[in-house]
Design a protein around this ligand. Structure first.
Ligand code: FAD
Length: 475
């Protein structure tokens, strides 16, 4: 007999598990189904983000940054360490442990909030009196019925045509997070967020890393000045980055992979590497969902089609996160998950796409919210800009990390903040202040008049806001 729920969520990534918990908090009976499991067959909720995305990549970035600091920067602080060596097994084991703690945390939250978890694959069967019928296959096989369904099945790494991932030599983000020995040479195709983060990790650990990017411009989605500053820093660290390349037919051998390509000038070149990471974007994942059986509409690229409220073409079927339009970011998925749960409960869930922050966790970090100068110019929007370098910030000097700057863009007439762009230390944390100000439609003067603790990196934000009206105090 089918088990009846108010809501059945398919997928327990950040979109799905957050939707499930919020719905349970609002009084609904909720089931959440997820297929991800550990190598021992245990449930591993948390999706791409927890298992092979945000969390493990940040664990590796942290460990590799410690290694880099010990090797190259401790001496500046008068700390002399000799014979620094790497225990990669321990480093990867720590990362696995961080992932496990997050998996367990989600299972704990399900229990605490009375969300019934099903380990297995969820599939649409049809529609009955009580709602949509969903079949779970796998460890917790069951038949479920949900008055409402949330599809939160996420995304998968995009492979190059005719070069499938073998996760041995040709790696997706999954394989890139568990290379068993530091490769001498590493190629990365795609200088996006994942390519830069993974390239940085393995360079810090000792690999000779070359990143090939098809777009003529480096970090085309970023503010131009930020991208320029970041490129300079990455090159100084030893990352080799080539843009505007055209990749030829890659030959993956047993011990090395050859990447023929034309460089930006059209010259033929070839890159031979021990390992190759392909990070050319992600594709929506709906395999095994039987979307066609119930007529759930997908677009030509495979995304579940939704309206602004995340409603699909089927009554009471919603979709959130990477499987629908919009930025493929964990916090965007979470916001949509909360909003959908609240809408089902009759409330007015809301997601502001104009204030979703973007972060690249390299060193220096890159973070931004709102529009870039290039976008404002293209929109014909009159604006004022103020920026402040970390070189002139006391805390950055004390940290020994003075690369980069903060840039604030504000409406020329009203002073409303339209965009904030940061490249530098802890940009990922600093950007939240800008998001808050923009969420309240605040002005550059609001940032400038807020008391910021001294000495902090956040004072660079205040100074950049002051510079919008040419009255920076410390520069
Ligand atoms: C290397 C890497 C680093 C990243 N770093 C960041 C970062 O720092 N910050 C950030 O914001 N974003 C980051 N992302 C992106 C982020 O991981 C995704 O945007 C986010 O995970 C999307 O959440 P989601 O819930 O939509 O889908 P997912 O996290 O992909 O979860 C979908 C879940 O659904 C399950 N599933 C699929 N089909 C079924 C089915 N039929 N039945 C049952 N279960 C099913 C899957 O097993 C999976 O667990 C990163 C991604 C990668 C790859």
């Amino acid at each position: 007999m089918s088990k009846q729920f108010d809501l059945v969520v398919i997928g327990a990534g950040p979109g799905g598990y957050i939707a499930a918990i919020r719905a349970a908090q609002l009084g609904m009976s909720v089931a959440c189904i997820d297929a991800w499991e550990t190598s021992e067959g245990k449930p591993a909720p948390g999706g791409t983000c927890t298992n092979v995305g945000c969390i493990p990549s940040k664990a590796l970035l942290q460990s590799s940054e410690h290694f880099e600091q010990a090797n190259h920067h401790f001496a500046e602080h008068g700390i002399e360490v000799k014979d620094v060596s790497l225990n990669l097994d321990t480093l990867l084991g720590r990362k696995n442990n961080v992932v496990k703690q997050n998996n367990e945390g989600i299972l704990y939250l399900f229990k605490k909030n009375k969300v019934t978890f099903f380990q297995g694959k969820g599939e649409f069967v049809g529609q009955g009196d009580g709602g949509w019928n969903i079949k779970v296959t796998g460890k917790d096989a069951a038949d479920l019925t949900g008055k409402h369904i949330v599809v939160a099945t996420g995304s998968a790494a995009r492979a190059l045509p005719s070069l499938p991932f073998d996760e041995k030599n040709v790696l997706s983000n999954d394989g890139a997070l568990k290379i068993g020995a530091v490769p001498k040479t590493l190629g990365v195709i795609g200088a996006g967020v994942i390519g830069l983060e993974m390239g940085s990790v393995w360079r810090r650990l000792g690999a000779d890393v070359t990143i090939l990017e098809a777009m003529p411009e480096f970090l085309a989605a970023c503010d131009k000045q930020v991208a320029k500053e970041a490129l300079k820093a990455f090159k100084k660290q030893g990352l080799k980055i080539e843009t505007g390349v055209k990749i030829g037919d890659i030959v993956a051998g047993d011990t090395s992979t050859t990447v023929p390509y034309k460089d930006a000038s059209g010259a033929d070149k070839s890159l031979v590497v021990d390992k190759l990471i392909v990070s050319i974007g992600r594709v929506p994942y709906t395999d095994g969902l039987s979307a066609d059986k119930v007529g759930l509409k997908l677009d030509e690229r495979g995304f579940v089609v939704v309206d602004a409220d995340c409603k699909t073409n089927l009554t009471n079927v919603w979709a959130v996160g990477d499987v629908v339009r919009g930025p493929m970011l964990a916090h965007k998925a979470e916001e949509e998950g909360v909003a959908v749960a609240e809408r089902i409960a009759g409330q007015h869930g809301h997601v502001n796409f104009g204030t979703i922050p973007w972060v690249i966790y390299t060193s220096p970090e890159i973070a931004w919210v709102g529009k870039s100068e290039e976008q404002l110019k293209a929109d014909g929007q009159e604006y004022k800009a103020g920026s402040f370098p970390f070189l002139a910030n006391g805390r950055a000097r004390a940290l020994g990390d003075t690369t980069g700057f903060v840039k604030v863009l504000a409406d020329a007439k009203t002073d409303e903040v339209l965009g904030v762009h940061i490249v530098g230390p802890m940009a990922s944390e600093l950007i939240s202040e800008a998001v808050t100000i923009m969420e309240f439609r605040g002005a550059a003067e609001d940032i400038a008049r807020i008391c910021h603790a001294h000495p902090t990196l956040s004072e660079a934000m205040k100074e950049a806001a002051l510079a919008v009206d040419k009255r920076a105090l410390n520069f």
